[in-house]
Each structure stands twice: as structure tokens, then as C-alpha cells.
Design a protein around this ligand. Structure first.
Ligand code: A2P
Length: 261
């Protein structure tokens, strides 16, 4: 009998690849039958290494109802995985873990009125899934996706996502009515030129959503970006009275680091 490990990654076929910049690309994989996940979760994926699989955590960037799985990745020229993964082509095989996990999920949040999704760089990926989840629109009156990058070219993927969501046959009407997309750039010319933290501190963010400020009684916040970004935003929302939620104890905000390598 061959020794088959039921937890071993499955081998999935690359269905599409799109390079956005020299440092960013998106790709789709076949979805194994029986692969279930909640919008906002991540999964281990990667390539076979010399001795064992080389896997990294990637947020699923497609909606739970889609029959393929989308991902969005940075390219790190000396990164053990992404230096190779950036060269994948349609028809290639990529290893996919079996167990999606994560805290950036609706289940970890209490009901509210406005849902803020705060992202930098590839941290926008889990929101690609969430902004096409009907439950997001059923649970919230307003959905605000904020995406900040160093350069304007790095915002292109987010614009594509929002466009896709607003034109989607299933969620398009809800997204068009409730989804707000706010973008800023920190190292180039752009109408909004501040970090997310600054946009919140100065109140500039709220000018785009009808005024006010954060209110833990009715606002919920999801945060995804680099380690430094998630730490700073966690401190900022905690100072405003928000409590961190988890799957077992839902509350006002949740965090996920976006992963690189
Ligand atoms: P900045 O250009 O001022 O460093 P990175 O690629 O380093 O993760 O950065 C992506 C975006 O996140 C950049 O716009 C960057 O701004 C911003 N950023 C980096 N660190 C933080 C932080 N601690 N808080 C808020 N935004 C951050």
C-alpha cells in the first residue's frame, strides 16, 4: 500500500496568470472538489522544493462560490518561493494545502453598520474575496475598502477587483450601492498621498464616507498589511475603544498579516 498522507497538499493546475507590475502578479488555480473556505481565509500554497514542498500562506482572493481559486502575490527576487512562483504559466502545477484558516472573517466580528477594510500592498487580497461575499452586504449598510500602496501602479489590482465586484451578476447590485473604494499612494503623485494611519488620524478618511470618525458601537474594522502596518493600526483602533475579535469570541476588529517570501 502506498503511504498516502491525507493532509498532504494537492497538485492544482494554473488556469491564468496576470502580471500587474515588475513586483506583483495574480494567478488562478483549479479548485479541488470539496475545498471549502470562508471569505478572508488563507491557505498554504507553493512548489515542490529539492527535498520537501516549499509553501507560504496566501489569502484566497476569489469568492467562495467561484469554481477556481485566485491569489495575488509579490515577487521577491531572492525569495525562495516567489522567485520561482513568478514564472508559472498556464498548465503548470502548484501545490495547494487542504486546510484554509484565518481570523479575517465575518464570523469574528459582531454585527455593525459600517465595515472598514484597511489594506496596504498585497494585503488587499483577502478583501478580493470579502467584497464579493453576499453576507458582507447583508450584514453591513456601508462597506469601505481602503488600499494604500507606495506607487499608483500598485493600485491596479484593487481597481480591477472593485470593477469586477460592481459588475458581478451575483453581488454587483449590492456592491454598486454599498461599496466605497478609497485609494492612496505614499511615494508618488496621487490625489491622496498619505498612509492609512495618517488618513485616520487627520480624519481625511471619513470625509470620503460622510464624515464622523470611528465608532466602536457601529463600525467594524478588518486590517491586512505588513507587520508594522497591522501593529500600528491595531494600536490606533484599540485607542478608540475597539476590541479584537476571534472566531471563538467575535468583537469589533480583526487583523491578518499579509505574507511575503
Ligand atoms: P510608506 O511608503 O510611507 O512606507 P510596504 O510595501 O512597505 O508594506 O508598504 C506598503 C504601503 O504601506 C506603503 O504605502 C507604506 O507607506 C505603507 N506602510 C508601511 N508601513 C506602514 C505602517 N506602519 N502604517 C501604515 N502604513 C504603512
Amino acid at each position: 500500500m502506498p503511504n498516502v498522507n491525507p493532509n498532504a497538499p494537492t497538485s492544482e493546475t494554473v488556469l491564468s496568470v496576470r502580471h500587474y507590475t515588475d513586483d506583483l502578479f495574480a494567478f488562478s488555480l483549479s479548485r479541488p472538489s470539496g475545498f471549502r473556505f470562508r471569505s478572508g481565509e488563507f491557505i498554504m500554497l507553493g512548489l515542490q522544493g529539492e527535498k520537501k514542498p516549499l509553501l507560504r500562506a496566501y489569502s484566497v482572493a476569489s469568492p467562495a462560490w467561484d469554481d477556481k481559486l485566485d491569489f495575488y502575490s509579490i515577487k521577491v527576487s531572492d525569495g525562495p518561493l516567489t522567485s520561482r512562483l513568478q514564472n508559472i504559466a498556464i498548465g503548470d502545477e502548484v501545490l495547494l494545502g487542504r486546510k484554509p484558516v484565518g481570523t479575517l472573517v465575518l464570523d469574528a466580528l459582531l454585527p455593525g453598520k459600517r465595515l472598514f477594510m484597511l489594506s496596504t500592498g498585497t494585503g488587499v487580497a483577502p478583501f478580493a474575496s470579502l467584497i464579493r461575499d453576499l453576507d458582507v452586504y447583508a450584514n453591513f449598510d456601508q462597506v469601505i475598502l481602503i488600499h494604500t500602496c507606495r506607487q499608483a501602479a500598485e493600485l491596479a489590482y484593487g481597481f480591477d477587483l472593485v470593477d469586477t465586484a460592481k459588475n458581478d451578476p451575483l453581488v454587483g447590485e449590492e456592491a454598486a450601492a454599498k461599496l466605497n473604494h478609497i485609494t492612496s499612494v505614499t511615494r508618488g503623485n496621487y490625489p491622496l498621498q498619505d498612509r492609512i494611519t495618517t488618513l485616520i488620524e487627520t480624519g481625511a478618511l471619513f470625509e470620503h464616507v460622510g464624515g464622523g470618525s470611528f465608532d466602536p458601537a457601529s463600525d467594524r474594522v478588518m486590517i491586512c498589511g505588513s507587520k508594522a502596518m497591522t501593529q500600528d493600526l491595531k494600536a490606533l483602533v484599540e485607542a478608540q475603544g475597539f476590541k479584537e475579535g476571534s472566531n471563538s469570541s467575535p468583537a469589533d476588529f480583526v487583523i491578518e498579516k499579509s505574507f511575503v517570501g
